[in-house]
Design a protein around this ligand. Structure first.
Ligand SMILES: *Cc1c(COP(=O)(O)O)cnc(C)c1O
Length: 495
């Protein structure tokens, strides 16, 4: 199995090379040249535990890793660092199965991939005889940064640098990042939004002369963002697992279809669900749920992607994105893997801020439904689900839940069981959760950690240890830079 760039099929790498590289030199993303089918039936797969299933799924896509190598990576990634034995437990509330992807160390779904990526990457380096120190550059809308650092901190022969938008993340997210320990980590905030951070980072990764300079010093860049195929592949596993869970618990019969709803930002998580479908999981519709930054909703409705619009800061900051990187992979797949078409559209996006897909490509979107939730609808959904069922969802999950609810009301969603990806612990976004549960009350004087106390009082659910840790932790990173200075900050870090 080879991987090629979405912008040039001539660039072909093995899986481990693609993981090492992160982003293709032409700016394209790596995609498998064909999508493999699951080798076992869903019934057989439903008898496996999470780690066994992870191997069954991942070896198909990372086929140049030996069985021993891959199993070792999986073993190290999914253990006691998760606070639930099942790794991804599922809760049923209000007619929906919430797939809880936030039981890892940083209490957001990014852990699902970032607990394993460092192992995949260091194994890939070994396999390919790479002795350079690997430098991970990461731009974050809030959750990736912390999760990546948690995975890479003090991993030998790696360094990690995180860029986050100043003022664009929640207080808990910020504290989690700026208190990060580790000899090999650096965190800086950037005057700009997430798109600025991501664009700046991609520019650095494509800067040939800078790359030469750091290569001569014994470094090599890679990325921990979902542009890295090593992020995407582990995310396919939990969608297979969700189906297996329903089958094992006799909620469905083999072959029954399910719908999956995903709160979407950079389009990585939902793309993993799309790949799970293409690999053979019986999925009817994939629901792409957006917040007020609804560029994707418009895209699915009209076939036009237009990022020329206002950027909004919302209560679901990890979805505050106007340039969804992974959509490029979908564009590639629905164009029948046409690298020229994909490349042209991505040029248009960066030059004109807009592109339109063909009618033929639009047919490929029939796997999806899309919708968005306003801030009021999101807050209302948190309160509705909690009042009706006693189950608490975070602000991102609430966007997805609200969108699925609306589509159901409008009769656009089939009766198949609905699995909604629950992407973060409510404690990570305590302020907005409390405000949603107690609308009209004034909590203006309380800081975010005091809001966590309020949430604990309200719900009697104990705060997770990830929150307890940041209460006393020392601030270790306090640099704020302009977007133009990102490259200089990287150079300084490597000196
Ligand atoms: C990153 C993130 C998302 C968006 O996921 P994408 O893969 O970027 O679409 C949604 N919710 C939470 C909590 C996140 O951290």
């Amino acid at each position: 199995m080879n991987y090629n760039s979405t912008r040039n099929k001539g660039i072909r790498l093995t899986a481990s090379e693609a993981i090492l590289k992160g982003l293709s030199d032409d700016g394209g993303l790596f995609v498998p040249e064909s999508i493999p089918k699951l080798e076992k039936s869903m019934r057989e797969l439903s008898e496996l535990d999470y780690k066994e299933l992870a191997f069954e799924v991942m070896h198909l896509l990372l086929d140049d890793f030996t069985e021993e190598e891959l199993k070792k990576c999986i073993e190290r990634a999914y253990g006691d660092n998760f606070d639930d034995e099942e790794i991804v437990p599922m809760s049923f509330a209000d007619g929906t199965y919430y797939l809880e992807l936030y039981h890892g160390p940083t209490i957001a779904f990014k852990d699902m991939a970032l607990q394993i990526l460092p192992h995949l990457l260091t194994t890939a380096a070994k396999k390919n005889g790479v002795s350079d120190e690997i430098v991970i550059l990461t731009s974050t809308s809030g959750d990736t940064g912390k999760a990546a650092m948690a995975g890479f901190a003090d991993v030998p022969n790696t360094r990690i640098m995180v860029f986050f938008p100043d003022g664009g993340v929640s207080d808990v997210q910020r504290l989690q990042m700026v208190t990060q320990k580790g000899q090999n980590v650096s965190v800086v905030s950037v005057k700009g939004n997430f798109d600025d951070c991501q664009t700046g980072m991609k520019k650095i990764l494509q800067d040939a002369s800078f790359k030469e300079e750091i290569t001569s010093k014994g470094f090599r860049f890679s990325s921990a963002n979902s542009i890295n195929i090593g992020r995407l592949v582990p995310q396919i596993v939990y969608y297979v697992y969700a189906y297996c869970n329903l089958l094992r618990n006799e909620k469905i019969s083999e072959g029954d279809k399910i719908n999956i709803c995903v709160p979407t930002g950079n389009f990585g998580n939902i793309l993993a669900a799309y790949l799970a479908k293409k690999m053979g999981v019986p999925i009817d519709k994939l629901i792409c749920a957006s917040n007020k930054n609804n560029v994707l909703t418009d895209f699915f409705e009209t076939g036009v992607y237009d990022r020329r619009r206002d950027f909004h800061l919302t209560m679901s900051p990890s979805m505050d994105i106007l340039i969804s990187s992974n959509l490029e992979r979908l564009i590639y797949f629905i164009s029948d893997c046409d690298d020229k078409v994909t490349s042209d559209m991505m040029s248009k996006l960066s030059e004109e801020g807009r592109y339109e897909i063909t009618d033929r490509m639009r047919e490929g979107l029939s796997d999806f439904l899309a919708g968005y939730a306003s801030e009021e609808e999101t807050a209302g959904e948190i309160k509705r689900v909690y009042s009706d069922t006693g189950y608490l969802i975070d602000t991102h999950t609430a966007v997805a839940s609200a969108v699925a609810f609306k589509l159901k009301e409008e009769g656009k969603l089939s009766d198949a069981p609905l699995v909604t990806a629950s992407t973060a612990s409510p404690y990570k976004f305590a302020r907005n959760i409390v405000l949603a549960l107690k609308p009209g009350e004034d909590f203006g004087k309380l800081n975010d950690l005091q809001m966590v106390d309020e949430l604990e009082k309200l719900t009697e659910m104990p705060e997770p240890s990830a929150i307890r840790e940041i209460r006393e932790a020392k601030i270790r990173h306090d640099k704020l830079i302009a977007m133009e200075d990102m490259k200089a900050a990287v150079a300084e870090f490597l000196n």
